[in-house]
Design a protein around this ligand. Sequence first.
Ligand code: HEM
Length: 572
Amino acid sequence: MAANLSFLQFSSPILQSKDCRRKLAPAVNFKSNGVSCSYSSNGRGGPKDDAVKEVEKLLEEKRRAELSARIASGEFTVEKPSFGSQLKDGLSKLGLPEEVLGFVFNFSGGPNNLKIPEARGSISAITNEPFFIPLYELFLTYGGIFRLTFGPKSFLIVSDPSIAKHILKDNPKSYSKGILAEILDFVMGKGLIPADGEIWRVRRRAIVPALHQKFVAAMFGLFGEATDRLCKKLDAAAADGEDVEMESLFSRLTLDIIGKAVFNYDFDSLSVDTGIVEAVYTVLREAEDRSVAPIPFWEIPIWKDISPKLKKVNTALKLINDTLDDLIAICKKIVDDEELQFHEEYMNEQDPSILHFLLASGDDVSSKQLRDDLMTLLIAGHETSAALLTWTFYLLSQDPSVMAKLQNEVDLVLGDRIPTVEDMKKLKYTTRVINESLRLYPQPPVLIRRSLEEDVLGKYPIKRGEDIFISVWNLHRSPNHWEDADKFNPERWPLDGPNPNETNQNFSYLPFGGGPRKCIGDMFASFENIVAVTMLVRRFDFQLALGAPPVSILFIFFVSMCEKFTSKLATK
Ligand code: HEM
């Protein structure tokens, strides 16, 4: 029985969209509250009006203060003192010294006497924002681990780096993907993201070698060509003085890239809206719907058969599966006809795709499992990169000094060249900009797990079957670890220092997760994004379009999207 995340439900109405991606959750004004930068004649963005910034800051502080006051008033606190603590209070009132009580209760109870701090309620009752934002306020009050209870459901929210490290790296065998696997089952089956146990182990061992260095280096041509197509589209928009909605374009760019990289299929979604592109988005939207559904409507027997929406989803899934089957069959034939000498860094120059590598490697796998794996890679590498690019350009549009520094580095290192793998090490500031964008807007903002056995998290014992959210959002914005945590400041990462990752930041920074389930596409994604950012900033200036709708932050399909970032373009 599939679980659902009804607490992710939002109360506001669903928005309609013009493009093929539907906006699911309500558009919540992001901090900028729709303030547009004024257009500057030199094409470089002017700083946002100071007075406006001040008002935004005050509004944000007011909102936070109100929520903090509500949390502090105990509105969300569950008062359930344990028998031990009641006894301790009683004895304390009778005059027993604290030292004696501390000794007796620590000795007799140990960690079992400790209770995880508990908050309760409905996130939608607290605020209209995506759920991981109010979780931040609760974290400031309740600490690095607390329980959040909604009616019969309860979740542990982890925002402490050492507990995150314990779950992800030190004791990962005791945790599964839980709810995530249940929701994604219809689209990813037992693909690498939802899979657990032996299936995960076998498939990870088969797939990881496909992303070897030679493969990633070969992808640079693809990254460059796809971004060039986007540049041409933007050229036309800039020439016509047309504002562009960037999230939809980045979504198409990354779909085109990942389709070619995973199974050598050209969606060409930047140019055309074919049936298969529409089918991919239909399936993605369904997964989004399921992640916020109050009940698992897709499991209701009669509904399943008569709902036009579910019929459409099934038709889309069939089209995708048939296309994947065709691609697998074509690729199998090529591999059969190939004079194959398989080795560690094997790559077919005409078709360097992951699918080709898997078939050439003699990977003994059912066609259903292979489809699940391909679909998982497609989804894992698509929305994450699209969201990262959109947030990065949004942040850049807000900070002309960072943009200028970035453009300077790109001009110096690349000039007009298409970036190569050798350039990556030289593009240090560009990398820091992306590191910082991933810190402020991690994709996904929460990692989902379920405990498979009893364990101890921090000082608290937990039972089997606990659903856990590791809030990467909280880790990345924790005042305990970051100075000016909300500020976009690529300079916080020294250029001569190591590339920040979960290990050298001690699990305070988890852009690609950590431990054995760490992202397998981290290098692919980093290079893809560096290529896109460099090729775009050397050609265009980006500013929030005048009079554009407010930028909003949406949590859809486990990724936090920067919706409606509409940019005014100026060709450099
Ligand atoms: C900016 C882009 C990306 C970000 C931020 C990102 C982030 C992540 C994170 C945080 C995880 C860990 C999830 C967890 O522990 O629950 C993950 C897992 C994964 N990612 Fe990525 N990812 C990105 C791009 C990609 C790409 C391009 C691919 C494929 C080519 C990919 C494939 C995967 C797979 C297969 C897993 C599951 C690994 C496993 O469970 O063994 N990702 N990603």
